[in-house]
Design a protein around this ligand. Sequence first.
Ligand code: MTE
Ligand code: MO
Length: 405
Amino acid sequence: MKQTRQTNISRRNFLAGSATVAGLAAAGSVLPTITAANAAAHEKKNALPDFAAWKNEQAVIVHSRSGIETIREAIGSGILTPIDNLYVRNNLPTMTDEAIGDKDKWTLSIEGVKNPKTFTLKQLKLMSPTTMAAVLQCSGNGRGFFAHKASGSQWKTGAAGCVMWTGVAVTDLVKMCGGLASGVKFLTGTGADMPKDQDPQKALLERSVPLNVYKDAILAWEINGEDLPNVHGAPLRLVTPGYYGVNNVKHLNKLAFTTSESQVRFMKSSYRVTPIGTKGSSDYPTCWEMDVKSWVTLPVADKGSVAAGKVTISGVAFGGLKEVSNVEVSVDGGKNWKKAQFIGPNLGKFAWRQFALEADLKPGSYNVVSRASAGGKSQPELRIENERAYLHNGWKDHGVTIQVA
Ligand SMILES: Nc1nc2c(c(=O)[nH]1)N[C@H]1C(S)=C(S)[C@@H](COP(=O)(O)O)O[C@H]1N2
Ligand SMILES: [Mo]
């Protein structure tokens, strides 16, 4: 039997009990740069919540039970983010094993098609599977850089990861259901995580995205080659590649092609990009397509000084719905830029690319920033101010200041 994330707690305890560099290196999946001392330098006042107890506590910052962030350098030195390090964002409590029940018997209903059907997970798993790498990023990633103290987790760079999803293509399901019903304009996913006796308008996690998203969307039961852990949406999750995290509905039990957007709070008033001081409503844009973005992951600012000479600056860049075409790096806060090299594999336009630049640095202080382009658009210098601090892709705030000695 494959090890589940529940039984992984023992592995976490092993790590905690041997928090030496040698011990961590022996564990294999832990980045050598993350030592206990390094992790202690981060604000880590909160313990991991029970449902995420198996996460690598040295790789994350626990903002709250509903927000766990990956520290900058733990996002993966390989292209994929290890799920032990992957961020967590819960609007609603993670479903328990008990609430999920027998995973094979989990049902997904499909509506807004010629022949609406209900599939069990067991039936979905008998269909031809598909695997896709995609960036998962919370709409509020970068909120911690805004000055107006927006409510929500104060994420810096780590409410994002690049992971490999495996499941079934939504287009295959639509075919099995006789095609789309006429007049549909949106793809609407519903989660099963609403606590009992609540008002669906307030507590149902339902999101609508433009119809065309269905062509790339998959329903996933595996992440990085393992069964989806409960906290990441077991046993089935909608993946809307190129679209912000919230549209990737966890614990999915209904997929509907609809003529209008869902009217629940999470669609209608939350996740709206509004001027500071203004409440969300359907008059404002929602968090849908991700914009081009990048940030430096190494070297990091709070790990002491870097030795003068050749210094490798590396990071990640992605283009939302467009393949990232170019990344430039500046070591003087954006006065002069140099083209970085892409390194590592290209896992398709929905994944991120890793980039690196070797800089020759004399002793001193350097503000290191990166700026990516995709589909003819480059990252702007500054954030666009908004009440809930969404969609930050400005390059300036995402930089690091390093000391070279
Ligand atoms: N059913 C359900 N789906 C959900 C959420 C949720 O609370 N319930 N949170 C959303 C948000 S805001 C984000 S950013 C991502 C986070 O996914 P992760 O916790 O697997 O990293 O899931 C999205 N899908
Ligand atoms: Mo999110």
